[in-house]
Design a binder for this molecule. Structure first.
Ligand code: MTE
Length: 333
């Protein structure tokens, strides 16, 4: 891995993620036999220097302004756009936080096809323009809590997942919704090499229960900070479910299927004892190797731009609690 010269304006991974957590999640790689990757990652961690987006570099990918209804409720302060678009998890483009920005700028988002099918009466096929025009776009300012114990506050733009599902006319037998990311090894280096892509079996897949998918908080995002999504954040369309750990919010989605069985999900396949299907943010159920009681809120790159705060049940979105009234959340983590 290329280690760039350190700049004051740059965050280190160690600054934003508890060092222990950072190493622990990557030790999943080790479990899977990716000792080469571990050695490399550890070396850069020891050096205390990570690749990081330099503000002098202009990303090649062009985003465009969107028309949308502004969020009714402003949640302040927001995470700086430069941080939310440069400190990312998108393993298809590499496992280091700076890899997606660095490796995704040539990603082709138009033409795009998002297919909605399975247990529905009217399957849908949406192209790039449909994604931006078929549904009314609104801004939702949400907290994003990663399972790695860092969080951000992001102004997403998108449409309700429920509106998309209703347009496809779901059958009453549909109990779950599965999601799939684009499979394009020629564009995604992590899909070409298990070493670069963290040992994940691609395509990345995720899932929700039908009730979770129909909840008003669940959106398909096509933009952030007033513009279309940049590729490192999941262009042209991604899921955002703010009461769940960030890994549920699958990026660059090409396929949505309604099913009657719980669908397989990527991190659960990789480490079932550590990452469950539900993955609700829950400070009372720790990850087997670290506490989920607190988080590091990343707002920017300045000295006071990170806060250590208590993690809230369902990431503070208590309105979803009724979805789980009959579920033991220790068992169904
Ligand atoms: N989707 C895909 N396809 N591949 C990924 O590696 N990472 C997940 C999620 N969606 C991921 C993904 C994780 S772990 C997190 S925390 C969020 O994306 C991060 O979203 P962000 O980079 O926009 O903050």
């Amino acid at each position: 891995m290329l280690i760039k010269s350190w700049k004051n304006s740059q965050l280190k991974d160690n600054d934003v993620t508890d060092e222990q957590v950072y190493h622990d999640r990557r030790s999943v790689l080790k479990k899977l036999g990716f000792t080469g990757a571990m050695t490399l990652l550890s070396q850069s961690a020891v050096a205390g220097s990570f690749d990081w987006f330099s503000k002098d570099e202009t990303p090649a990918f062009k985003t465009t302004p969107l028309n949308f209804t502004k969020a009714k409720e402003q949640l302040n302060p927001l995470t700086d756009e430069s941080v939310a678009t440069s400190y990312n998890n998108f393993y298809e483009f590499g496992t280091s936080k700076s890899d997606p920005l660095e490796n995704a700028q040539e990603f082709n988002v138009d033409p795009w096809k998002l297919e909605v099918g399975g247990l529905v009466e009217s399957p849908l096929s949406l192209d790039y323009d449909d994604l931006l025009s078929k549904f009314s776009l609104e801004e939702r300012i949400y907290r994003l809590r990663c399972v790695e114990a860092w969080s951000m506050v992001v102004p997403w733009i998108g449409f309700r997942l429920a509106d998309l599902i209703k347009a496809a006319k779901p059958l009453s037998s549909a109990k779950y919704v599965s999601f799939q990311t684009l499979y394009s090894p020629e564009q995604m280096p992590g899909q070409r090499s298990r070493f670069v892509g963290g040992g994940v079996d691609y395509p990345y897949v995720e899932g929700l229960t039908i009730d979770e998918a129909m909840h008003d908080l669940s959106i398909m995002s096509v933009g952030m900070y007033g513009k279309t999504l940049p590729p490192q954040n999941g262009a042209p369309v991604r899921l955002v479910v703010p009461w769940k750990y960030g890994f549920k919010s699958i990026k660059s989605v090409v396929k949505i299927e309604l099913t009657d069985k719980e669908p397989p999900t990527t991190w659960n396949i990789l480490a079932p004892d550590e990452y469950g299907f539900y993955a609700n943010v829950n400070p009372n159920v720790d990850h087997p190797r670290w506490s989920q009681g607190r988080e590091r809120r990343i707002l920017g790159t300045g000295l006071n731009a990170q806060q250590r705060i208590d993690t809230k049940m369902f990431n503070g979105y208590s309105e979803v609690a009724s979805l789980y009234s009959s579920l033991d959340l220790r068992r169904f983590y």
